[in-house]
Design a protein around this ligand. Structure first.
Ligand code: URP
Ligand code: ZN
Ligand code: ZN
Length: 480
């Protein structure tokens, strides 16, 4: 396929360029417009017909006119929880529905967290998860989760199988949290074997005590969910994680950073020399903490919780400044009925806020919501592509195969129509859920065409892919 006339935006900036997608599903040629041709963003309509082979389609080659459109690398969402069991229920999107929705929203790679229970062998859990993920419609990689200490050879084996990052929880003492000694030891293993430690930074002990207080005072509704998870306990956990990483001389990745205080903690660690990357999520950029107090407050429960205007301001600024490296989704949708029945699936409904499953849908809407940040004057187009595609690919060992439009990269690309309007109501989206955190929102900017390894998987809002098209991505060790 020849893609002509578009404005390419990638790590190298925004410029007029034409692309040839090879029969092997990779970018075969890139021809950049010369100075006399229309500048980036101009959308003038001319093609770069004087390139070595451009403007002359080969026999059987399709030509796509991207005039006036952006051509960007497919999005890389490095934080999803597809099909994940949570107590007696399960996340509502499976690997097919979730990755179909991802493609429809312009994301062509996901990195999903393998759920691991205490007592379970993480490597066996990863093998089982690969079978579950095989129906994915776009390419996928895996992170592991270690809810307890593991031996060094587990980390080594995971890395050699292309699972080069694992998540440690500093919260949820009943099922996931591990102590600081285990965190430090795992950071040392990670350092030795090229793994990246991803951390859920909230102080689990402090939160458990606040929850006990709230319940004993009869504060059982979801408003107490946020009140028992204050930003200062997120910031403390970031500081502690970074201190342990400094001792271990290990890189770390702070997932779903939600608050100004936590960002200050992350930046302080960086100024001490920490190799620390942070991710935020669209819900923390857009949604106000008071949403949990409304009639459908349950539908806004996530951890860390939604925060206030000062936090959102700091996160947008941090993204634009490169202090926050990536935007992931923490995609973790549920059906309304499941949220209300709670993780113990009680007929009479969740007994209190601690039983409401936490997490929001987002894999389909991330690219558009961050692109809105460009219209809002918060970000540049390059920031959008950097935080949603390039940096997640770089940090998680997928670059330049993903997150790039260089010759040789996978032809995972999106023709993005900056004028296309799209409602973010659940009824107009494709994630397996019956509610949307952005029910009343309409964005301007949506994919027109999406390619996954050279194959058209979305055209004009129609999904043209299939279950199982997605391939497992063995990721490179961190920084190598
Ligand atoms: O509430 C959330 N974020 N659920 C997903 C699990 C996690 O901690 O990332
Ligand atoms: Zn988490
Ligand atoms: Zn998560």
């Amino acid at each position: 396929m020849l893609i002509l006339g578009g404005t390419v935006v990638d790590a190298a900036g925004a410029r007029r360029a034409d692309l040839r997608v090879g029969g092997d599903g990779r970018i075969a040629e890139v021809y950049e417009a010369g100075p006399s041709e229309p500048a980036a963003g101009g959308g003038g309509g001319e093609t770069a017909g004087d390139g070595p082979s451009f403007g002359r389609p080969r026999p059987g080659e399709a030509v796509y006119d991207a005039t006036g459109k952006l051509v960007v690398p497919g999005g890389v969402d490095a934080h999803t929880h597809l099909e994940m069991p949570v107590g007696a229920i399960r996340v509502s999107d499976d690997f097919f529905t979730g990755t179909r929705a991802a493609a429809l929203g312009g994301t062509t790679t996901v990195v999903d967290y393998v759920p691991v229970r205490r007592g379970e062998d993480p490597l066996e859990a990863a093998s089982a998860w690969k079978a579950v993920a095989a129906k994915a419609a776009v390419d996928w990689g895996l992170h592991l989760t270690f809810p307890e200490a593991v031996e060094e050879r587990t980390v080594e084996t995971a890395v050699s199988a292309g699972i080069t990052s694992f998540k440690l929880y500093l919260a949820y003492p009943d099922r996931l949290q591990i102590d600081d000694a285990a965190v430090l030891r795992l950071m040392r293993y990670a350092r030795r074997h090229g793994a990246l430690v991803n951390l859920h930074c909230e102080n689990g002990g402090g939160i458990a005590e606040l929850q006990r207080e709230a319940l004993s005072e009869g504060r059982t509704g979801v408003a107490a969910h946020a009140a028992t998870r204050p930003a200062v306990l997120e910031a403390e956990a970031v500081t502690r994680a970074a201190a342990l990483a400094e001792v271990a001389d290990a890189p770390i990745f702070v997932v779903h950073l939600s608050s100004a205080d936590a960002l200050v903690a992350a930046l302080a660690a960086r100024s001490r020399g920490a190799d620390l990357h942070a991710e935020t999520c669209p819900q923390y950029l857009y949604l106000e903490s008071s949403r949990v107090e409304g009639r459908d407050g349950m539908d806004f429960v996530c951890s860390p919780p939604l925060r206030g205007p000062r936090d959102r301001e700091a996160l947008w600024e941090g993204l634009a400044a490169g202090e926050i490296s990536t935007v992931g989704t923490d995609h973790c949708p549920f059906w309304r009925a499941d949220r209300r029945a709670g993780t113990r699936r009680r007929e009479e409904g969740a007994a209190d806020f601690t039983e409401v499953p936490g997490g929001l849908p987002g894999v389909e809407t991330r690219m558009a919501l961050v692109h809105e940040g460009v219209a809002l004057g918060r970000l540049s187009l390059e920031d959008w592509v950097r935080t949603c595609a390039e940096m997640p690919a770089r940090i998680f060992g997928l670059f330049p195969r993903k997150g790039s439009l260089m010759v040789g990269s996978d032809a995972d690309l999106v023709i993005w129509d900056r004028a296309r309007r799209q409602s973010l109501s659940a009824s107009k989206l494709h994630m397996a859920t019956d509610h949307s955190p952005y029910e009343e929102v309409t964005v301007t900017g949506w994919p027109e065409l999406v390619l996954s390894r050279g194959r058209v998987v979305v055209e004009d809002g129609e999904f043209l892919g299939e279950p199982g098209w997605g391939e497992y991505l063995a990721r490179a060790p961190y920084g190598r």
